[in-house]
Design a protein around this ligand. Sequence first.
Ligand code: XBP
Ligand code: MG
Length: 253
Amino acid sequence: MALQALIFDVDGTLADTERDGHRVAFNLAFRESGLDWDWDVELYGKLLTVTGGKERIRYYVEYFLKDYVMPANFDDMVASLHKTKTRHYTEMLSGGLIPMRPGVRRLLEEARQSGLRMAIATTTTPDNVTALLKYSLAEDAADWFEVIAAGDIVPAKKPAPDIYLWAMKKMNLDPADCLAFEDSENGLKSSLGAGLKTLVTINDYTADHDFEGALAVLSDLGEPGNACQVFSGDMRGRGYVDVPLLRQWHEKA
Ligand code: XBP
Ligand code: MG
């Protein structure tokens, strides 16, 4: 079966959003809500073991703020904090603050031209995805994706496979028709769990993760004249990922 579709994770994969995007927005929300919580770069790396912003706040309170006494309305408090965080994050994106990672725009444009179908499968809130696509990629970029599977659309977030399964069901595709793009161990567990061959591009927060089972592990997608670093996988002599290479990987694997 020929390759039909590409399914992309967002945070860390399309753009480096965590350290200078989500993390900063969480801190702004805490401050605005009168809390003295502050997630520095190192702590945020530990908190990233839990996907989903609301889930991450709960994890922080439970495991890092042992003396904190949860108010009776804690669920509402988390929901409200997260809403504030989303407002800050999308405002930051609207300033075009966070660029696409190397090779992302090129590969997306090439995939569109070659008739590949495309989808998003992410843990983050839908508004965050549309803002990132609009302000960092193109005004109409959300329309490049047939399905945007995001946030609470499935209750079990990554590493559960549900978000990928949901996206493929919507597209009426089997895992064998698709390739997935991820940046983290939780993301890879999710895509592999859904039966998808997966290409991993790492970032500072995920460089030491376990990527067993990935098609290839690269620093980024690379660009002509600016080759990516290859940690595992066979680039077939190329310095960057393009559609013919994806087709070769898909056929072989
Ligand atoms: C990334 C995440 C998200 C974001 C925060 O998921 O774990 O939780 O950090 O987003 P992925 P929200 O890499 O799968 O896109 O605060 O909107 O949940
Ligand atoms: Mg990710």
